[in-house]
Design a protein around this ligand. Sequence first.
Ligand code: AMP
Length: 205
Amino acid sequence: MTERWHVPVTSIGEMLRNETAACTPLGIEAGSYTTGGSLVPDWIALKVVESWLAGHDGSFVFDGFPRTIGQAEALEQLLARRNAPLTAVLWLELDREAIEDRVKLRLVCVDCGRTFRVGWQVKETDTACPACHGKLVRRPDDDPVTLAHRMVVYQEHTAPLIEFYETRGLLRRINAGGEADDVFAQIEAAVHSPAPPANAETTLA
Ligand code: AMP
């Protein structure tokens, strides 16, 4: 996205992991939630987002934010103050088995934060990031037990956002089951197309 659209893409989870690695007071507080797979309280997520927005003008993509109705409402107010409403909200749909599979095969670079999939961009035995040669590791929250908890948290706190954004005509459904190029093509089309008519879909959740 950054290469094609020349806009920053920022992951709140990654910013929180960086804060935790740097042992800042916010990072230490956030770490107790992130490693266990729970959402950090809204005030922490919003603090991270607000400080990021303060340093950036123009367009951007948030990855993993908002994840609660409270965050979504706060974001609406923040963006209204900037006179920059949301263009689209991308909902990447993937079935449970595929999510488990991807998490099992996910490696992250501790230096640049890029994510790789074993078998696609890297081999099981690779320890260096193909992009920056940083160290590749598994995320501490990518174990099966924590993932199961994250799925429960998602249903309870994040799934209600589907209706929230559908009502506002902003929701774009993306079938995330394919390879990266296919998913990206759908994202490009979705971002540049108007919302489907409100009655085009029936149930989403
Ligand atoms: P992610 O890298 O997006 O998978 O996020 C990793 C972890 O960071 C999540 O399991 C949460 O603990 C925390 N996190 C990321 N984004 C948010 C958010 N918008 N609200 C609350 N917690 C978040």
